[in-house]
Design a protein around this ligand. Structure first.
Ligand code: F6P
Length: 359
């Protein structure tokens, strides 16, 4: 193994830079490799100046830094790239150009840091013979085969702090405070932050909710003299028999953008006579410095990915299972995305301590 490439795709997550740093250091220290960063996800293979050498100097000081020094893109699917041809926008498949780009760079391995979308593409490219290794990344923690992804712990801490802050003002003003959190298809952030932050109601995509059940919980609290309530709501939560709420429809370029379910819930509560306010935490959950847990997990995954590359463990993904780093096939990880299980201990515990899921 002489030359390794690294790219970061999809929405960023705190810890990406820690992975890059660990991979570069391991590749240089242990294997004497040259490492190259591919900028802006797979796009770097197609762009002028899209490839940058990564040495010790380039990764110095990046461990605590959020974001990614390589840039990312969450609409950089090489199988469906939008380009303008004869003044019209068309979708073309440039996956063969990515393969060519890799060959031109003479890469022995490509480490791909991404969520489900980026890892899907990685698996398809691996089937074309590209020596790819996946590294799971997402604050949503929804990737199959790994118990936890880096970025998740940081997002949880931010969400929990937000809930703590909402608590004091909720109590002063006797209001229902709704906090809309990230979590497209999986409600891990709202569930775990809701439990840690003492929420009264948690709404997640896996458990459709009913307005009446939410109101029942709030009114029960009122009857006991607790005249404020805290609601932790995943952006992907939906009404029983209803649809997810989007702030922007998808088009040829952008995927649909979730947002608005918190507002919908807050408005309903207010119509029932209980003053309510809505906070959307948004990308605050994704930015900034990673927690100690995320830095350590990211570092272990970065080093493990290079060791896996040295063993020719391609078309596989490094993963965290039972406290240790292991690896699984990319196909396995993308086949069954991770979701909150209804009999999950965290769900059962939340119910035990009186939290309502609005069901
Ligand atoms: O996938 C992670 C995620 O944070 C989702 O929870 C959220 O819907 C999405 O990214 C937002 O992405 P963008 O940065 O494109 O708005």
């Amino acid at each position: 193994m002489k030359r390794i490439g690294i790219l970061t795709g999809g929405g960023d997550a705190p810890g990406l830079n820690a992975v890059i740093r660990a991979a570069v250091k391991t590749a240089i220290n242990e294997y004497g490799c040259d490492v190259f960063g591919i900028k802006n996800s797979y796009d770097g293979f197609l762009e002028e100046d899209g490839i940058v050498p990564l040495g010790m100097e380039e990764v110095r000081g990046i461990l605590p830094r959020g974001g990614t020094i390589l840039g990312s893109a969450n609409r950089g699917n090489p199988y469906a790239r939008k380009v303008i041809r004869d003044g019209k926008e068309v979708t073309i498949d440039v996956s063969d150009e990515i393969v060519k780009g890799m060959k031109k760079l003479n890469l022995d391995a490509l480490l791909v840091l991404g969520g489900d979308g980026t890892l899907h593409i990685a698996h398809e490219l691996a089937e074309k013979g590209v020596p790819i290794i996946g590294i799971p990344k997402t604050i949503d923690n929804d990737i199959g085969g790994t118990e936890v992804t880096f970025g998740f712990d940081t997002a949880l801490n931010i969400a929990t702090e937000a809930l703590d802050r909402l608590h004091t003002t909720a109590e002063s003003h006797h209001r229902a405070m709704v906090l809309e959190l990230m979590g497209r298809d999986a409600g891990f952030i709202a569930l775990q932050a809701g439990v840690s932050g003492g929420a009264d109601v948690i709404l997640i995509p896996e458990i459709p909710f009913k307005f009446e059940s939410i109101m029942k919980k709030i009114q029960e609290r009122h009857a006991k003299g607790r005249k404020f309530s805290i609601l932790a709501v995943s952006e992907g939560a939906k009404l029983e028999g209803g649809e997810q709420v989007f702030s922007r429809k998808g088009d040829e370029i952008y995927v649909p953008r979730l947002g608005g379910v918190g507002q919908m819930v807050g408005e309903y509560i207010e119509k029932q006579g209980i003053e309510s306010r809505v906070t959307v935490l948004g990308h605050i959950q994704r930015g900034g410095t990673p927690t100690s847990f995320d830095r350590s997990l990211a570092t272990r995954l970065g080093a493990a990915a290079v060791r896996l590359a040295a063993r020719d463990g391609f078309d596989r993904m490094v993963a965290f299972q039972c406290g240790t780093i292991t690896d699984i096939s990319l196909a396995e990880s993308i086949m069954i995305p991770k979701r909150v299980k209804l009999d999950d201990d965290a769900v059962v515990t939340a119910r035990n301590i009186g939290i309502s899921f609005g069901d």
